[in-house]
Every structure is written in C-alpha cells, then in structure tokens.
Design a protein around this ligand. Structure first.
Ligand SMILES: NC(=O)c1ccc[n+]([C@@H]2O[C@H](COP(=O)([O-])OP(=O)(O)OC[C@H]3O[C@@H](n4cnc5c(N)ncnc54)[C@H](O)[C@@H]3O)[C@@H](O)[C@H]2O)c1
Length: 345
C-alpha cells in the first residue's frame, strides 16, 4: 500500500501520516507539502525518523505530483482558514484549494488510486445557521427544535441546505466536492468525502484565524492576551485528530463501503464546547487569566455541531472529550516547548 498525503506536513496530514506508519510499518507513506503553514517544517524530522518519504512540492503545479506512484490519496492540502482571502490572497486560496485539487484528481486517475478528501462543515451557509432558533444559556447557545431539514437535537446532518454564502474557503471546498462528484461519475474515480467540523489535537500550529483550541491553550501557557469575539457562547464540536485517524483507518481498509459517498463527521454534541466553556477548561488546567471581550467577528457562526448518525452506521463514533483534547494539546506544548516556543511564545 502506497499512501500519498498532500498537505501531509500540516496538522491533520502529519498526524495521519505518523499514525498510519506506526500502525502499518510496511506501508509506504509519502508526504507532499510546500511547507507554507508556519511550523509544518518541524514535522520533517519526525518523518525521517519514521521512514516516511517527504516530497517538497506544490499542488498548484501538477508536474510536482506527476512522478509519484501511489494507491491511495488523502487530500489534506489547503489554505484552511475561514478568513482566507480577506487579506487579498484570494488567488492563492483558490489555486491551492480548487485547482490544486484538480491536479490531485488527475494524478489519482493516472495511478488508478482511491481518494479520501477532507472537506469542511464550512460548506454550509452562515446565514442559515445563524437564523436557526437557539436558547442563550449562561455559557453557550443550545439548539432548539427547528423545522429546517438536516437539523435535529444531535446537530447538523448532510441534508442541511447548501443555499447561501459560506466564505471563499467554504466555496472552494464545496466546489472541490462537486468536481470530485463529476470525476466519480464521468471517469470512475473512487472517492470518499468527509465534511468535518473543527479538528483539534497535538501537532496543530494554531493561529488567530485557524486552530482555536491550540491557540487558546498556547496563549494560556505563554500568558499572551486572548480575545473572545462576541459573547463567547458560540458552540463548536471538536473532533480529536486521533478519532479522525480511527475513521480514516476504517475507510482505507473498508473502502468499498464508503466509496462514492459523503459524510458529515465531527466530535458530536458530547464533544462540543463554547468559547466560554473552553476558557474555563483552560483555567482549570493551567490557571487564571483575563480574557478581553471584543465585538463579534464577521463570518462567525453561532453554532456548529455534527450529527454523526449517518457515519455511525458504518461503525465509527468519536470517543475523545473536549477536556481530553485540551490535555493532549497542553502536554504536546509542554513536551516540545523548545521547538515550539518561536511559534507560540
Ligand atoms: N483543522 C480543522 O479544523 C479542519 C476542519 C475541517 C476540514 N479541514 C481540512 O483538513 C485539511 C487539513 O487541514 P489542517 O488543519 O491540517 O491545515 P494545515 O494548514 O495544518 O495543513 C495544510 C497543509 O497544506 C500545506 N499547503 C498549503 N498550500 C499548499 C500547496 N499549494 N501545495 C502543497 N501544500 C500546501 C500547508 O503547508 C500545510 O502543511 C484541509 O483540507 C482543511 O480544509 C480542517
């Protein structure tokens, strides 16, 4: 088995690469990345230790991918921030997330390789999500009974409407999904699409616009200023990256069951947290700290919790709690303090 992971030096890709190699030492794992994400270069040493092949390349250039032979592609390269493009770097975002995906699909067809694509909950429209009925509790919003299709007490299923604006990031991901559908239909590509909410865990180089859980823990640890935008009651479910690995492992080894399907995947209601709740977990673990309150940021949504009903019928449910994920991040930051200091301090 030869597994190519594009964006493999990033948070999700590197975790999947390392976990796959550790569990299946005979697999050839090829990590492909242009190292754009700050900190991703720190993973190269780990790849060398584990005999994971690293290819420095760019998904925007098909020729960089052309000579790699593989049986399965995990497409995890992206500019993954919901704010991406606001600073004017729109072309990079679209070239990487959309045109890069097309290059990945072309080389997958050539290799007759299967594809697992990491999409996002951000394909769902912001206005629709914000217009649903919520109860404002002391620490969080909770979802009330709504008559909208795809909405239940468990959260949002893949039947949620796709009508509306979703950010440029979400649009590149949804467009990618549609292009994958056409490659499946027209050219017989074997592909699975996983639409995920927030993923968190050790190894994420969190920044203000992406990787909120790591950013929160790191700023507590380094006593850096933290701001809550809005009232802090916004809720997200948190998918621990090790739970994601369990799912990808299942999908790789039972591919036919998942083939040509898309799934909403996430931590679910039991692993959901508001910013206020995340803050209190950090206070409990690390100590007291003042947090600034700032006006609500545009492009934010009040609530996103994954309804895992569909994916759980295939034998996967997430296991890790938010507290466990926070503890894992905390331990990783402490254990690697010397290497990570320049990023987070
Ligand atoms: N982290 C999350 O919460 C989350 C949630 C839903 C979906 N996703 C998706 O999962 C995937 C991985 O996200 P992540 O959190 O690991 O992000 P990340 O930024 O840590 O990793 C992405 C990697 O892609 C690389 N990259 C960027 N542009 C590239 C290019 N042109 N060519 C080659 N490599 C390039 C970066 O250097 C980085 O290492 C993305 O597709 C993202 O959209 C992430």
């Amino acid at each position: 088995m030869r597994v190519l992971i594009t964006g493999g030096a990033g948070f999700v890709g590197s975790n999947l690469a390392v976990s796959l190699k550790k569990k299946y030492p005979s697999y050839e794992i090829i990590v492909f990345d242009n190292l754009r994400r700050r900190g991703s270069e720190l993973n190269i040493r780990r790849f060398q230790e584990l005999e994971i092949n690293f290819v420095h390349g760019d998904v925007r250039h098909q020729e960089d991918l052309e000579n790699i032979e593989f049986d399965l592609l995990i497409e995890a390269s992206a500019e993954p921030s919901v704010l991406a493009g606001k600073d004017g770097e729109r072309k990079y975002l679209i070239d990487t997330n959309l045109n890069g995906l097309v290059n990945c699909l072309e080389v997958s067809l050539k290799n007759k390789a299967k594809v697992i694509f990491l999409s996002t909950s951000r394909v769902y429209p912001m206005e629709l999500i914000n217009s649903l009925s919520y109860e404002e509790e002391e620490m969080r919003y909770s979802l009330l009974q709504n008559n909208e299709k795809g909405v239940s007490k468990n959260g949002f299923s893949d039947e949620l409407s796709l009508n509306g604006y979703r950010t440029l990031y979400g649009a590149t991901k949804l467009s990618s999904e549609y292009i994958i559908d056409e490659y499946v239909h027209m050219f017989g590509l074997d592909a699975v699409i996983n639409r995920s909410g927030v993923i968190a865990g050790a190894g994420q180089f969190g920044k203000v616009d992406q990787g909120v859980v790591t950013l929160w823990v790191a700023n507590y640890l380094y006593n850096k200023p933290l701001s809550i935008f809005g009232n802090g009651k916004q809720v997200r479910d948190i998918l621990n990256v090790n739970d994601l690995f369990d799912l990808i492992d299942l999908q790789i080894h039972n591919f036919e069951q998942f083939n040509k399907k898309r799934f909403n995947i996430g931590g679910g209601l039991n692993a959901s947290t508001s910013l206020l709740e995340l803050d209190s977990i950090c206070k409990e673990l690390i100590g007291n700290k003042d947090v600034n309150i700032k006006p609500l940021r545009e492009l934010d949504i009040k609530y996103y919790v994954t309804d895992n009903s569909k994916i759980s019928q295939y034998g996967w449910t997430p296991k890790r709690t938010v507290k466990e994920t926070v503890q894992e991040i905390h331990s990783w930051l402490i254990m690697n303090k010397k290497d990570l200091k320049w990023i987070f301090a």
